[in-house]
Design a protein around this ligand. Structure first.
Ligand SMILES: [Zn+2]
Length: 119
């Protein structure tokens, strides 16, 4: 997903490839609270039953505790280069996101992303 895009791309797998899916980032912002920056993103995802070709079975609707991964982009403070790191729900925390160019700790992920499913 990319902020502003009207649809998302499911990465699929090497055999079946990528395809579009009905999801989007409808809101993305940040606030400062207790010396922390809190990122907030609202993702709209319209799930409908489908055949999961990768696993050759009927797909399962998102559960009450879905697993997610968030990719975060950054600019290296020491070089004129961009980088990308990711966090996911099941990491051991606190988790330091380090720059791939200079090993600077760019951020510390203290809490798992929270997910609120609407029905
Ligand atoms: Zn760096």
């Amino acid at each position: 997903m990319k902020y502003g895009a009207e649809r998302a791309i499911c990465s699929g797998d090497t055999e079946h490839g990528q395809h579009f899916t009905a999801a989007r980032i409808s809101s993305f912002d940040h606030t400062h609270a207790n010396d922390r920056i809190v990122l907030r993103s609202i993702v709209d995802f319209w799930w409908a039953p489908f055949d999961d070709a990768k696993r050759d079975q009927q797909a399962v609707a998102p559960t009450k505790a879905p697993w997610i991964r968030l990719h975060l982009g950054y600019s290296c403070p020491h070089r004129d280069e961009a980088g990308k790191e990711s966090i996911q729900t099941n990491l051991v925390r606190p988790y330091g996101l380090t720059c791939t160019h200079c090993e600077t700790v760019m951020a510390v992920n203290a809490e798992a992303p929270t997910i609120r499913l609407l029905s």
